[in-house]
Design a protein around this ligand. Structure first.
Ligand code: PLP
Length: 388
């Protein structure tokens, strides 16, 4: 049996490899603390679980869902976008459900790219921004996020020929892995760039609900002209502790959504209607207090991690958003991977080497704040002991 050439081109999904390594260590009796993958450790809030329980008892949710999504789910998304982001969406043409942001991002490549096309991808960035174009037979072109530009790419530095061949651009704020908020004016520059080169901007909005220090991250679609050139993928995974539920939406440019829908009707049969009804509960104002308490939890953990890292001489800037701390590796290590390997072997703590997210991530590491407080405290204590 031989896998397709398409599949052979892409490296194995980094977290899948890591999971195997952790399992081996745990089987050998090692107390591994994983601050690797960003999977919230707290359960889904009860009001969402209860909505799901009620929904699964209704026979009407048991059949094939439509790929357009339930009217009440789309209405809930419309209301949420207006309430939270001051963005007005037409629920009939500008909102469509997705089986998680990962599905949406991957399928957008199949919907929009042909062999030879380019997709501009943030580097460091969520791995699907590069694996997706590759699997579609196209080429990802990396745009380095510059720390001195607030982790924005320098759009002016993109080669004209590349820009002309590009059909998609992936951007993501609040950003994984850097934790950065969208730098002032960046969304406006992206809209201008997209207009000039006829590129569809895909803004990956997986983390807008987790922000600290008074910040309330904006939707890309709140930028003037954004809807003409872009779409946003909004995921309920991280903000509502729903990673396992696979609930997300694509919102924005109606033509782009129609294209995605054409592809989707050939690929899958939509999002389980009971999950859509759980999504209605999640996006209601009643869930705001749950989100606020999660934000407070992550803020506390962020401070714990950043204080501990500073004590061991790591020059870390506390992020204002996301569930991650992004920091430069300590001196004396040849690479991010070497540091992560050392930390795993000597301290039994899993951190993610920045290079997993692209070449611009080299020299950095990511800590995920999705472990219980006492485990995070123990992990940072082990890192401290390692540094002495
Ligand atoms: C930037 C980013 N986008 C998308 C996703 C995936 O979200 P979902 O669970 O909705 O597929 C993640 C998950 O880590 C992410 O970090």
């Amino acid at each position: 049996m031989r896998p397709s050439k398409r599949l052979e081109r892409i490296p194995p999904y980094a977290f899948a490899e890591l999971e195997r390594k952790i399992a081996d260590k745990r089987a050998a009796g090692v107390d591994v603390i994983s601050l690797g993958i960003g999977d919230p450790d707290r359960p889904t809030p009860p009001l969402i679980v209860e909505a799901m329980q009620e929904a699964v008892t209704e026979a009407g949710t048991h059949q094939y869902p439509s790929n357009r999504g339930r009217a009440d789910f789309r209405a809930a998304v419309r209301d949420f976008y207006e309430r939270r982001f001051d963005v007005v969406l037409d629920p009939d043409s500008e909102i469509i459900p997705a089986i998680g942001a990962k599905e949406a991002i991957f399928n957008l490549n199949l919907a929009f790219l042909d062999p030879g096309d380019y997709a501009l991808a943030s580097d460091p960035g969520y791995p699907v921004y590069t694996a997706g174009p590759w699997l579609a037979g196209a080429e990802p072109v990396l745009m380095a996020l510059e720390p001195e530009l607030g982790f924005a790419p320098d759009l002016g530095a993109i080669d004209e020929d590349v820009a002309r061949k590009a059909k998609l651009m992936y951007v993501n704020y609040p950003n994984n892995p850097t934790g950065a908020l969208a730098p002032e004016g960046f969304f406006e520059r992206a809209v201008e760039f997209a207009r000039a080169y006829e590129i569809l901007i895909v803004h990956d909005n997986a983390y807008s609900e987790i922000a600290f220090d008074g910040y309330k991250p904006a939707s890309f679609l709140a930028t003037p002209g954004a809807k003409e050139v872009g779409i946003e993928v909004f995921s309920l995974s991280k903000g509502y502790n729903m990673t396992g539920w696979r609930c997300a939406v694509l919102v924005g440019n109606a033509d782009a959504l129609q294209t995605y829908w054409r592809l989707k009707t050939n690929i899958d049969s939509g999002l389980f209607e009971a999950v859509q009804l759980a999504g209605v509960a999640a996006l209601s104002p009643e869930a705001d207090a749950e989100v606020a308490s999660m934000v407070e939890l992550y803020r506390r953990r962020r401070d714990l991690v950043c204080d501990a890292l500073r004590k061991i001489g790591v020059d870390v800037r506390p992020p204002h958003a996301t569930i991650y701390v992004w920091a430069p590796i300590p001196q004396g290590y040849s690479s991010s991977a070497a540091y992560a390997e050392h930390v795993l072997e000597e301290a039994a703590v899993v951190i993610t080497p920045g290079s997993v997210y692209g070449p611009a991530g080299e020299g950095w590491f990511r800590i995920s704040l999705t472990a219980p407080d006492e485990r995070i405290a123990e992990a940072v204590q082990r890192l401290g002991a390692l540094a002495r």
